[in-house]
Write a protein that binds this ligand. Structure first.
Ligand SMILES: Cc1cc2nc3c(=O)[nH]c(=O)nc-3n(C[C@H](O)[C@H](O)[C@H](O)COP(=O)(O)O)c2cc1C
Length: 313
């Protein structure tokens, strides 16, 4: 493990290190307007939502370390108290990057980047019409970060007054991340694209208190076959399920454990193991793992009880 102390690492290096670990970050495409009326558009990945009642988001426009110049976005929001934030999709990646160029004050990056202005309802700043998700925001507060130590950061808190969502990203009335094609900023010059194949659902446990790793039998906690995620799923049950005697009854005429595991068919793999008498601990752990990969925690526990009859409650 390499350990960094920000006090002794040059800023240029610290920037890359910090932002590689604080990732992926959503990208806010922030539109603002100067008191003279000039529209400005720039991306900010120091960005997130911090409350939903009422909705509050924050962006972090920095003061340039090189030139000491403040961002037009920051100045405009302080001056006029308004902005819009549009989500950045993969389809507008290069337009977003173009809008990040340091064009002179007064340049309209909607024009430079070839993006379309959509009229907002509650603020006098347009949002990006091509974006499937956009917010109208009003300035709450700016926090200057450690200026007395030469710090260059800001946190701008913004209250959201309207949210616009394209119907094309909905499934059954809910926003579907698989339809948004968002891009996120990683460290250095890396980005990530949120394609449908990388999206998955995982409900929060809330009041459901899993038994925890500490309650897992030793043989399961130390299994070289099961992964930490496998153990996490097993430890999420509210109590260890009772043993089902009928689980060890052969249900099919499957005869190849390997074949059935490759076919992601753990029940048939178990049948083959039972039929062939190949019920050693590690074979059963592999079959239990295959059940877990299908989200079938109950069958995984029953399979593990076959490997360790003594641990069943
Ligand atoms: C993906 C991406 C994310 C960025 N995030 C930030 C950020 O969080 N804070 C910041 O100060 N600059 C950030 N930048 C740089 C600004 O977009 C850039 O300095 C821009 O010129 C500022 O425009 P403005 O002066 O018109 O506000 C980012 C650039 C890119 C490409």
């Amino acid at each position: 493990m390499i350990t960094y102390d920000p006090a002794t690492v040059p800023h240029s290096q610290m920037h890359g290190i910090l932002l590689s670990g604080v990732a992926p970050r959503p990208i806010a495409f922030v539109a603002s307007r100067s008191p003279q009326g000039d529209v400005n558009l720039a991306p900010f990945s120091f960005f997130n939502a911090f409350a939903s009642k009422p909705p509050v988001v924050a962006i972090g426009p920095a003061v340039s370390v090189r030139s000491g110049k403040v961002k037009d976005t920051w100045r405009n929001i302080l001056d006029t108290g308004e902005c819009t934030i549009s989500a950045v999709t993969h389809g507008m990646l290069h337009q977003m990057n173009l809008a990040a160029a340091e064009y002179p004050h007064g340049t309209d990056e909607f024009v430079k980047a070839g993006l379309t202005k959509a009229n907002a309802e509650t603020v006098g700043v347009p949002y990006v019409a091509e974006s499937p998700f956009a917010m109208e925001c009003r300035f709450i507060q700016n926090i200057e970060l450690f200026r007395d130590e030469g710090g260059n950061g800001n946190i701008m808190l913004l209250r959201v007054h309207r949210i616009h969502v394209k119907e094309s990203i909905l499934t059954d009335g809910k926003i579907d991340p698989r339809k948004m094609d968002l891009v996120a900023r990683m460290g250095y010059h890396w980005y990530a694209r949120v394609t449908p194949d990388v999206c998955f659902e995982l409900p929060q446990p809330g009041e459901k208190l899993g038994i925890g790793f500490d309650a897992l039998p030793e043989s399961i906690r130390t299994s070289p076959i099961l992964t930490s995620n496998d153990r996490g799923m097993l430890a999420s049950v509210l109590s260890m399920p009772p043993r089902e005697e009928t689980f060890a009854t052969v249900q099919s005429n499957a005869d190849s454990i390997e074949h059935e595991l490759i076919a992601r068919n753990p029940r048939s793999a178990l049948d083959a193991a039972l039929r062939m008498g190949k019920t050693d601990i590690w074979t059963l752990h592999r079959i239990a793992r295959a059940f877990l990969q299908l989200g079938d925690v109950g069958s995984a526990w029953q399979t593990l009880y076959l490997a360790h009859p003594d641990v069943a409650p």
